[in-house]
Design a protein around this ligand. Structure first.
Ligand code: PMP
Length: 423
């Protein structure tokens, strides 16, 4: 029975924390959507490699060669994990945010960008130098496809265009119709990048099957430590543009010109956008996590997580004061990310009480998706609030006066197949 399969062993699962009401309890870190704890397997792999690490690519010594092999093999592992096309490139970055900013930096001239207002800010904001069309929040997956179709049909034909879409929402956990959106994008001559920060830790992501042009994700949400991420996909836009960072590692040849200047020949591989000494440990840990998830088997992981999702949602449904936030409705397929408000409670106070009195770590706020959370709460999508913090406006911090829709931030509980069983 996959629902009863052991959770993936994660670091820090036996931490006990003191409670303000006295005593202590095993801490339940249920903020995986922000950062998932590293898998024990990842930690073990990194610990085994750590005594031997060296700088990659240009070292002739044994440790440099070993590290270069691990680094480049990690690229292959990630390409396999994402089921990339043969000529796709896997660029190692710092995070999903960094990956999407890299893509924004290599957009062809006059590129139009289409993005739903419901996106995480990492997907919403990097396109500042392009012409951006912000699409209204859809209320069904089909409406998302229709909205995109309409917007693309109205665009200037022939010019380059990019659609940026999340695979799974970091607020509602809901899955987006990525394959259909990709088909719509391609039918109108646009390309599409998938923000898989919340999808990749929970579901297999196949670039080929989804037919997306690029995928971005972060190691620290995929059970690896902080500091590394991935942008994988089509090579052409990446290679037609100037390097994201200029420096060693990105350059193949540098020579003084007779006129006193400098000529540079940049790499045409992923290295073009990986200037500087890369985060070898971070990259290796991403590859280790990819292998661990693949070996555990996504069928098993998805079934186990679904069991946890059903359990949490059933528990929340028993509390009449709780309202779970959803864009696509109760039956929408989702990952283990559930946001809610509690009538009569300020979300920040509620989250603080969960931690102090029960040892349950959750997140409160607007989850770096301000327009989406405000839409879901029925508050003004144009209001500006702070990411992850209680708001400063008057009236905020008081219990909702008229029921649902008056709470100005929310509580989020998130978990994955590696979540400890005892909670
Ligand atoms: N996209 C989504 C859907 C996310 O949930 C997050 C992180 N919360 C990001 C992008 C940004 O990831 P990172 O902070 O690792 O850059």
């Amino acid at each position: 029975d996959p629902c009863c399969a052991a959770p993936l062993p994660v670091l820090g699962r036996d931490v006990t924390v003191p409670l303000v009401i006295g005593g202590e309890v095993t801490y339940a870190a249920l903020d995986y959507a922000a950062s998932a704890p590293a898998l024990q397997r990842v930690w073990d792999d990194v610990a085994a490699y750590a005594p031997y690490y060296g700088s990659v690519h240009r070292g002739a010594g044994y440790l440099s060669q070993l590290s270069t092999d691990l680094f480049e093999n990690s690229r292959v592992t990630v390409a396999e994990f994402l089921d990339c096309r043969e000529d796709d490139q896997v660029v190692f970055t710092r995070s999903t945010t960094d990956s999407l900013n890299l893509l924004a930096a290599v957009l062809p001239a006059d590129c139009q960008v289409f993005v739903f207002e419901t996106e995480h800010h990492a997907s919403l904001l990097p396109w500042k130098d392009a012409r951006v069309t912000y699409l209204n929040a859809p209320r069904t997956p089909q409406q998302a496809v229709d909205t995109l179709e309409r917007a693309l049909a109205g665009r200037e034909p022939n010019g380059p265009a990019l659609v940026c879409v999340t695979g799974a929402s970091n607020v509602t956990g809901e899955l987006w119709p990525v394959r259909e959106l990709a088909a719509a994008a391609h039918a109108h001559g646009a390309r599409i990048v998938l923000d898989a920060a919340q999808l990749a830790p929970h579901h297999p992501v196949s670039v080929r099957e989804l037919d997306v042009d690029w995928v971005a994700f972060s190691g620290h949400k995929l059970y690896a430590p902080f500091g590394s991420g991935v942008l994988a996909g089509r090579a052409d836009w990446l290679q037609d543009a100037a390097p994201y960072l200029a420096g060693g590692g990105a350059s193949r040849k540098v020579a003084r010109r007779t006129d006193g200047g400098v000529d540079v020949e940049w790499h045409t591989t992923a290295a073009r956008h990986e200037a500087g000494s890369p985060n070898v440990i971070g990259v290796y840990s991403i590859a280790s996590a990819c292998k661990a998830l693949t070996e555990a088997g996504f069928d098993t992981l998805v079934a186990r997580e679904q069991h946890l999702i059903d359990t949490v949602r059933a528990g929340l449904a028993e509390v009449p004061e709780v309202k779970v936030l959803s864009l696509f409705g109760d039956d929408a397929p989702r990952v283990g990310v559930i946001s809610f408000v509690v009538e009569g409670w300020n979300s920040s106070h509620f989250a603080a009480a969960l931690s102090a009195e029960y040892g349950i770590g959750v997140r409160d706020g607007l989850f770096c998706a301000h327009p989406l959370v405000r839409t879901l709460l029925g508050s003004d999508p144009q209001q500006i609030g702070e990411c992850g913090a209680p708001e400063a406006e008057p009236g905020v911090g008081v219990p909702p006066a008229e029921g649902w829709g008056r709470s100005l931030n929310a509580i989020r509980v998130s978990f994955g197949a590696g979540t400890p069983d005892e909670h």
